[in-house]
Write a new protein. Structure first.
Length: 412
C-alpha cells in the first residue's frame, strides 16, 4: 500500500490531493505522509522483534518536529549528532533513555546538555572525546554510559561522501587500536563502557557489508570480554538503503533476519539508527514549472525548487524520480529539470524523460523525505520551503514557509 498514489488522474498524499496542498501552501513544498512514516517504522522495528533491541531513528535525515513526534509516539528512540538535535528530540517528547549521541565533534557544551538530559549513551569517536566526557561527567557528578565507535574498515559500496567505515574516513577509532581506548574508558572516572558502536555508511543496497562489519565487531567483542570488559549494547548504526530508481535494497525484514541469525543468543541489546529507510520514501518535494527553455543542445524545465531545497542531485549526483502532479499524457522528451539558482550545479534531474510540462504546472520529486529539507539552505536568499504532514485527510503545517522577514530577522 503506497501513500503517494494517483487517483482519478492526480497525485494524492494519503487522502489529500497534492494540488489542494499546492493551492493552499504554494511551492516549493515538502509533503510527508504520516501513515508511511508509521508503516516504515513498524516494518523496521518489527524486523528485530526476536532480539532485545532499540530502534533509534536518525534525526539528521528529517528533523521536523511533527515527524519526530509521529515517531516518538510509536516508541522510537533517536540517534542525535548535535545539541540542536537533542533539543528537538526532547521537544518531541522522546524518552532521554532512548537517545544515543553520535558524532566526531561534540563540543563541551553539547556534552554537558546531553549529560543533564540523561541520555542513554554516548557513541564516542576519539580518545580526546572520551577524556573530555570523563572530565565533564565527573564535574557534574554523573557517569556516562559509552560505546566506542569502532571503524571496522569495511567497504559499504556506496557514494564516497556517505561511506564512513573505511580506514581513511574520519569516523570512529581504528579497530586494531581500540582495545587500549576501552582500557582507558575502564580507568577514567565518569564514564563506563557498556557497548560497541559502528556505522559504515548510508544508502547500502546489500546486507553483506553489514554482516562483514558485524563479524569484525563480534571478534573485537570477544577480545574485550577476554580483557574483562563486558559490553551489553551493540549499535550497528544506520545505512539501510531505499529504492530511488532501480536499486533493489533488502527489505528491513531480510536485514532483521540476517542480524538475528548472526547474533544468535548473545546477551546484548542491539541498537539501530535508521534514517533514510524510515523517511526517504515518506516525503515528496512539490515544485512548479516556471519556464521551459530550448537551447540547441537541451530542453530545460525551469522549476521553483532548487539545490537550496534539495541538494542531493547536485552533491551526490543522486536520482530522484520526478512525475507530474496531474499527468496529461503528453509524449516524453529528454529534459533537464533545473532550479533558478546561479550555478550550473543547480539541477534536480538531467537528461530525464519527462513530458513537456507547461509553466504553472506542478511536478513531484519523489523520495525526498530524507536529507531533503534538513540539508536545505537560504542560498540566493531563497526562503526555505514549507513542510506539510498529511495524516489521512488531516493536513498539518509541520513548518510554515519562511518569509522575507525571516531571511533578515537575525541580521543587522
Ligand atoms: N547513524 C550515524 C552515525 C550516521 O552517520 C548516519 C548517517 C545514520 C545513522 C543514518 O543513516 P541512514 O540510515 O539514513 O543511511 N546526506 C546524505 C546521507 C548522509 C548520511 C550521514 N550519516 C544523503 O543525502 O544521501
Amino acid at each position: 500500500m503506497h501513500h503517494f498514489e494517483y487517483r482519478g488522474g492526480e497525485l494524492y498524499a494519503e487522502d489529500v490531493p497534492v494540488s489542494t496542498l499546492v493551492a493552499a501552501y504554494g511551492t516549493p513544498l515538502y509533503v510527508y505522509s504520516a501513515a508511511t512514516l508509521r508503516r516504515h517504522f513498524r516494518a523496521f522495528d518489527s524486523a528485530f522483534a526476536a532480539l532485545p533491541h532499540l530502534t533509534c531513528y536518525s534525526v539528521k535525515a528529517n528533523s521536523n518536529l511533527s515527524v519526530l513526534k509521529t515517531l516518538a509516539a510509536m516508541g522510537a528512540g533517536m540517534d542525535i549528532v548535535s545539541g540542536g538535535e537533542l533539543y528537538r528530540a526532547l521537544a518531541a517528547g522522546v524518552d532521554p533513555q532512548k537517545i544515543v549521541y553520535s558524532g566526531v565533534g561534540k563540543r563541551a557544551s553539547e556534552i554537558e546538555e546531553a549529560l543533564k538530559a540523561g541520555i542513554l549513551m554516548f557513541n564516542v569517536e576519539s580518545t580526546g572525546e572520551l577524556e573530555r566526557l570523563s572530565a565533564i561527567a565527573s564535574r557534574l557528578g554523573k557517569t556516562a554510559q559509552v560505546s566506542l565507535r569502532i571503524n571496522p574498515n569495511v567497504d559499504p559500496k556506496t557514494h564516497p561522501y556517505i561511506s564512513t567505515g573505511l580506514k581513511k574516513n574520519k569516523f570512529g577509532l581504528d579497530i586494531d587500536h581500540s582495545l587500549a581506548a576501552y582500557a582507558k574508558a575502564m580507568e577514567l572516572p565518569g564514564v563506563t563502557p557498556v557497548g560497541i558502536d559502528c556505522h559504515i555508511g548510508s544508502q547500502l543496497t546489500s546486507i553483506s557489508p553489514f554482516l562483514e562489519a558485524l563479524d569484525k565487531i563480534l571478534a573485537f567483542r570477544d577480545k574485550l570480554t577476554a580483557m574483562g570488559i563486558e559490553t551489553r549494547y551493540l549499535d550497528l548504526g544506520g545505512g539501510l538503503g531505499i529504492q530511488y530508481n532501480e536499486e533493489e535494497p533488502p527489505h528491513p525484514s531480510e536485514f532483521g533476519q540476517a542480524l538475528t541469525k548472526a547474533l544468535g543468543d548473545l546477551p546484548i541489546t542491539l541498537i539501530l539508527e535508521p534514517g533514510r529507510v524510515i523517511v526517504g520514501n515518506a516525503g515528496i518535494l512539490v515544485t512548479e514549472a516556471v519556464y521551459t527553455k530550448k537551447t540547441p543542445s537541451k530542453d530545460f524545465i525551469i522549476v521553483d525548487a532548487a539545490m537550496n531545497d534539495l541538494i542531493r542531485p547536485s552533491l551526490y549526483d543522486s536520482y530522484h524520480a520526478i512525475r507530474e502532479v496531474r499527468p496529461a499524457g503528453r509524449p516524453e522528451l529528454s529534459v533537464d529539470v533545473v532550479g533558478p539558482i546561479c550555478e550550473s550545479g543547480d539541477f534536480l534531474a538531467r537528461d530525464r524523460a519527462l513530458p513537456a510540462v507547461a509553466p504553472g504546472e506542478h511536478l513531484a520529486v519523489f523520495s525526498a523525505g530524507a536529507y531533503g529539507f534538513t540539508m536545505s539552505s537560504n542560498y540566493n536568499s531563497r526562503p526555505r520551503a514549507a513542510e506539510i504532514l498529511v495524516d489521512g485527510d488531516e493536513v498539518i503545517v509541520a513548518r510554515r514557509r519562511e518569509s522575507y522577514d525571516d531571511l533578515i530577522a537575525l541580521e543587522r
